[in-house]
Design a protein. Structure first.
Length: 190
């Protein structure tokens, strides 16, 4: 049966040892009860799960950080390898330059032939790694690949076409490495 305070007789008996002495004015919310063994077991179980999850999280974070560092290291190694391969293609031209510089008593025409051969070797080496020449005399001016240094009034070329290449431009596959420096025609008749 419930008494005037809203508790059943059983509840009042269970809490009788925890009730404050009369006249101290404590209410029952301030009473600390010992958790039941079942509740303590559940709390311990939840704490163990939490600790296991925190440990797993720490391991996953460490694994992620290691994977990130490994990916950066591999990316740098790939760059270094690519650069090494590109340089290997240039070494024969460098060897030819060294041989040409050691050659004595060659005529100017032989020297020129040697330099032309080295130039061709360099062009071939650059082509093997994907470098291409950009723009040429007679083509329509393209501001994406060419830089106009001067506009020349002329009737010998079509309007807005390259009349002279002052410095070659190059691209690697589809990426511009350096624009060509050119003179562009301005022809009022076209």
């Amino acid at each position: 049966m419930a008494r005037g305070n809203g508790k059943t007789d059983v509840e009042q008996e269970l809490h009788a040892d925890h009730e404050p002495p009369a006249g101290e004015g404590q209410d029952e919310t301030q009473v600390t009860e010992q958790p039941s063994p079942v509740l303590k077991s559940e709390v311990d179980k939840i704490k163990a799960e939490r600790d296991a999850l925190l440990d797993r999280l720490a391991r996953l974070q460490a694994d992620f950080e290691n994977a990130r560092k490994r990916a950066l290291r591999e990316q740098q190694e790939n760059r270094d390898y690519a650069i090494a391969e590109a340089i290997k293609t240039l070494l024969p031209a460098l060897d030819s330059f060294e041989r040409a510089l050691r050659t004595e008593n060659s005529s100017p025409s032989e020297f020129r032939s040697g330099v032309e051969l080295i130039y061709k070797q360099l062009q071939d080496a650059l082509a093997r790694v994907g470098v291409q020449h950009v723009g040429a005399v007679g083509e329509k001016f393209d501001p994406h690949f060419q830089e106009a240094i001067e506009v020349v009034d002329t009737t010998d070329a079509e309007d807005n076409h390259v009349v002279e290449e002052l410095q070659r431009g190059y691209k690697l596959k589809d990426r511009l490495l350096r624009p060509a420096m050119v003179r562009v025609a301005r022809n009022p008749k076209h």
